[in-house]
Design a protein around this ligand. Sequence first.
Ligand SMILES: NC(=O)c1ccc[n+]([C@@H]2O[C@H](COP(=O)([O-])OP(=O)(O)OC[C@H]3O[C@@H](n4cnc5c(N)ncnc54)[C@H](O)[C@@H]3O)[C@@H](O)[C@H]2O)c1
Length: 423
Amino acid sequence: MRECDRRDFLKGALSAAALAAVSHGAWAQGDDEVRHAVIGIGNQGRNHCGLFSAVGGCRVVAVADVDPERREAGRDIASEHGPAEAYEDFRAILDDDSVHSVSVATCDHWHTPVALAALAAGKHVYVEKPCSHNLHEGHVLAQAAADTGLCVQHGTQSRSGEGIQEAMVFLAEGGLGTLRAAKAIDHQLRAPIGRAEPEDPPPGVDYDLWLGPAPKVPFTRNRWHYNWHWFWDYGTGDIGNDGIHQLDVARWGLGAGLPLRTTATGGQLFYDDDHQTPDTQVVTYDYGDRYLIYEMRLWTPYPLEGHHNGVAFYGDDGRLDVGGDGCVVTYAGGDTERLGGGADTQANVGNFVECARAGDPAGLNAPISEGVVSAALAHLGNIGTRVGRPLEYDAETRSFPGDEEATALASRDYREGYELPQV
Ligand SMILES: NC(=O)c1ccc[n+]([C@@H]2O[C@H](COP(=O)([O-])OP(=O)(O)OC[C@H]3O[C@@H](n4cnc5c(N)ncnc54)[C@H](O)[C@@H]3O)[C@@H](O)[C@H]2O)c1
């Protein structure tokens, strides 16, 4: 499609907010190369630098991280394919009209704020899971994506796995008869983190920017790279880390959205250290005629029920396992059938670039409209575990009617200067 045709088409389809975003950003400037930037250069950000560089017609032209060592590592990977800039402050990337799209691979508490700022700047966004740090952010992000008409892909890459796609069709076509339950299993051994004393942040690190919306507290090594997952101010525990992949597949296969009711329990049976999030958690999502059960044990050094991480679907005519061995059906009579392989991150990235180039969010395999619901299941599990009673979430009022304590956990207090950006 010629550039002016595409702009005319967009004008017909988009809201005022979308038009503001398009005219501000440069994603529709008509050059063939998709110029991508990666924000947050930990393990996953470095993966993104490689994955986006491997997509034909896409180049990583900029990276950002508050940690100088990490942003230089990202620039080194990107520079193998052409010139790349490294920034401390991601907002410099958003101000650059020649950047079309960004990845958000920061800690969880920055996902929605960066994604919203990028949408406001007219960039397409690939946001890592979980796309939100709380329920409120999910609503705001989904709305912003819809309003701008930009592509927002979620880092739940099972959605781009061909074998899993086939397995979901198999379920939808009644391959297991009536489907009554799915179990999302997160069993693995995660080492304790010990206890860390406050100290100065590493030299050159902008720790205030790393904290962002979270309260200002002294730096410790445990609240820092990767281990932030286990602190409520920044992370979402393992249910929002590995568990969300299983929840996403389970929900997809069940054809389920937000549950009627959530019952959660959990705690620390194994860790005796700085961890705030549970090492053991069981959550039941009640859909009336179907149940989704999440089971997490982080102190399990062996597979249970054939899985470390995976999903088992239970129907009247058999069981489908989606796990490390791919997708395998066991029929009621004992016969088995292999349906295909697992998640595909490269395909998820490639699908995003293709949609960004076409300006077509409808083609996304893991659209944010689905991502926010899977993230919401993780948040519901955590809120239920923290308050210790069953929950009924009302998405209309974004609250748990009659439960003030749970409703307070549906959002957070944003530190002054780090409120959610308006799109
Ligand atoms: N889709 C997947 O399978 C998958 C796999 C691994 C990680 N992830 C997700 O990727 C994210 C990153 O995980 P990780 O293991 O790389 O964590 P990490 O802590 O190693 O990396 C996060 C990086 O973000 C940087 N950062 C934080 N705030 C920033 C800001 N305001 N601006 C710029 N940089 C900032 C940190 O300095 C750090 O280098 C997590 O949300 C995680 O859930 C997804």
